[in-house]
Design a binder for this molecule. Structure first.
Ligand code: ZN
Length: 167
């Protein structure tokens, strides 16, 4: 697995596990990453192939064997899902929260999923795109008509099942 941020593995920040603030990988500033302006000369990381600087440090070994049934499960851990989940942390989403998410792209949809995982009771996703609304309804377990044309209300049934099975 390859995280989006790039560290050299040897500078004082990387040595202290602060690879997000690597002092070497970006020649123009602190911190480097794939596909972000200001984070160095590295192309985006959502391509079929990518050149990986400092690969011996940045590539993370995941459990299992190449091609096994769990391989695809790790792909979202590289960038989008942690970003979406972190948005929930910043917003202090918790059991019973009501949440509004603006945008139903990949990060917005995974933010809605993160809300479900954290036990939010009502999740609203606002988008200007009809197809995005339909994708969000399908992926985020939306169950009721929208309050406005492109607002999707998601019912967090997945988290409810998870909670009851673990307690
Ligand atoms: Zn470094």
């Amino acid at each position: 697995m390859l995280p989006f941020n790039i560290g050299c593995g040897d500078c004082s920040n990387c040595s202290r596990t602060y690879s997000n603030a690597c002092l070497v990988a970006n020649p123009d500033a602190v911190g480097a990453g794939f596909g972000y302006s200001g984070l160095g000369p590295y192309q985006g990381g959502q391509a079929e192939y990518i050149r990986v600087p400092y690969a011996d440090y940045n590539c993370l070994k995941v459990p299992g064997t190449p091609g096994d049934k769990f391989e695809d499960n790790f792909i979202l851990l590289a960038d989008i899902f942690p970003t979406a989940y972190h948005s929930n942390e910043l917003a202090k989403v918790e059991l019973g929260s009501t949440v509004a998410i603006y945008g139903a792209g990949p990060v917005g949809m995974l933010a809605a999923l993160s809300c479900q995982i954290k036990g939010a009771s009502e999740i609203y996703v606002k988008t200007r795109s009809g197809p995005a609304t339909r994708r969000c309804r399908a992926s985020c377990a939306a169950s009721t008509p929208s309050a406005s044309k492109h607002t999707t209300r998601a019912t967090p049934t997945w988290s409810a099942r998870t909670r009851s099975s673990t307690t």
